[in-house]
Write a protein that binds this ligand. Structure first.
Ligand code: KG4
Ligand code: ZN
Length: 341
């Protein structure tokens, strides 16, 4: 029997300092997340400079906690995985430099991981038997993609947003309604008291054949216009109705395109990933519509959807198997593309 591979993974691309220990890409021994949400909430969004400073403060205790929760020491670790992009450059650099130091100190391979690939890999932790190929809808605060994962580390981008990411639209609309940051979970919650049919917001459709791209800036502007008109007429706004109607407009487009991608690739299974994958309406609609078309819908637990290091440890494992170790010159790449090395 092959020896287990224990990877210590580090994630610091945005406002979460995270470390995890993952065995063979699938079994999570620890998954520690230090969130900075409370600090950034005061500013209504992530302040990059503040994020970097907080990562520096948090990274040592977070890594130590990940090791102690896993009941391991650095000597037991077989490789160090780290997110090196995409993300905020100053934030990424904290994790990258820390991981390089650890890898050098313990003389074990360093593995650079693409954050988006990490999000997709969260599904490998949730579904132990899941293997490529499959279609994945990646919906996070910075990215919206439909990808066909042909093999580990091998992706075909089938569709992407042409402007705002889905999570970004949630955050901006939440701010406009006065719900605060981060907007996604707040819109999700308040929508439960609202009527999703109350207001018709536009769904962007591109007319090119088989185009699976998205655009969310139009929906966002329509919400802002709606709110402004109400304000000018001195009419009351039902926040729950606005939130529910906006959410439904975003979810409809995500579900339609994602299921179209399955038809194009003739697959009967789709995985969802990224922070917005924890949205309750997205989950329910994907399952319902998927059922009608005979498509199985997979999504990770909420804790694995938003930024975490366990997903990075999973993606790192498959790079480790391919011996795709990073040099100690590894740098942060803020606009790293999916599949780029
Ligand atoms: O994947 P993630 O943690 O970070 C990025 O890589 O961007 O995603 C964060 C995004 C934020 O925009 C947040 O508002 C959104 O995910 N989000 C949600 C929900 N939970 C988090 N959006 C809609 N519904 C949710 N329940
Ligand atoms: Zn993310």
């Amino acid at each position: 029997m092959e020896k287990d591979v224990k990877i210590l993974a580090i994630e610091s691309s945005c406002d979460e300092t995270a470390a995890a220990v993952v065995v063979n890409g699938r079994k999570v021994l620890s998954n520690v997340i230090a969130s900075q949400i409370d600090i950034h909430t005061k500013f209504g969004g992530v302040v990059p400079e503040v994020a970097s400073r907080k990562h520096i403060e948090a990274i040592t205790p977070v890594v130590q906690e990940a090791l102690s929760e896993a009941n391991l020491t650095l000597n037991d670790i077989d490789a160090v995985g780290v997110t090196y992009g995409p993300g905020l450059v100053g934030a990424l650099l904290v994790g990258v430099q820390y991981a390089k130091g650890l890898s050098y100190a313990i003389s074990k391979p360093l593995i650079g991981v693409n954050h988006i690939e990490g999000h997709i890999s969260a599904n490998f932790i949730q579904y132990k038997d899941l293997k490529p190929p499959f279609v994945c809808l990646v919906v996070s605060g910075g990215h919206t993609f439909i990808v066909y994962m042909k093999d580990y580390g091998d992706f075909e981008v089938m569709g992407q947003t042409r402007d705002d990411a889905a999570g970004e639209a949630f955050d901006k609309v939440a701010r406009a309604i006065g719900l605060g940051y981060p907007g996604g979970p707040k819109i999700d919650k308040i929508s439960k008291q609202g009527n999703a049919e109350a207001i018709t917001f536009p769904r962007a459709n591109f007319h090119e054949k088989d185009c699976l791209d998205f655009s969310f800036s139009g929906i966002k502007s329509a919400v802002l216009n709606y709110l402004n008109k109400k304000k000018m007429k001195n009419e009351e706004v039902n926040e729950a109705d606005v939130a529910a109607s906006f959410q439904k407009a975003v979810v409809d487009v995500l579900v339609d395109n994602a299921l179209k991608a399955c038809e194009i690739k003739r697959v009967d299974r789709i995985a969802i990933a990224g922070g917005v994958a924890s949205n309750s309406t997205l989950r329910t609609c994907m399952i319902e519509k998927g059922k009608e078309k005979g498509i199985d819908v997979l999504f990770p637990d909420t804790i694995l959807c938003t930024d975490n290091a366990a997903m990075i440890g999973s993606a790192a494992y498959y790079e480790f198997l391919k011996k795709k170790n990073a040099p100690l010159e590894l740098n942060a790449i803020p606009n790293l593309k999916l599949g780029q090395r």
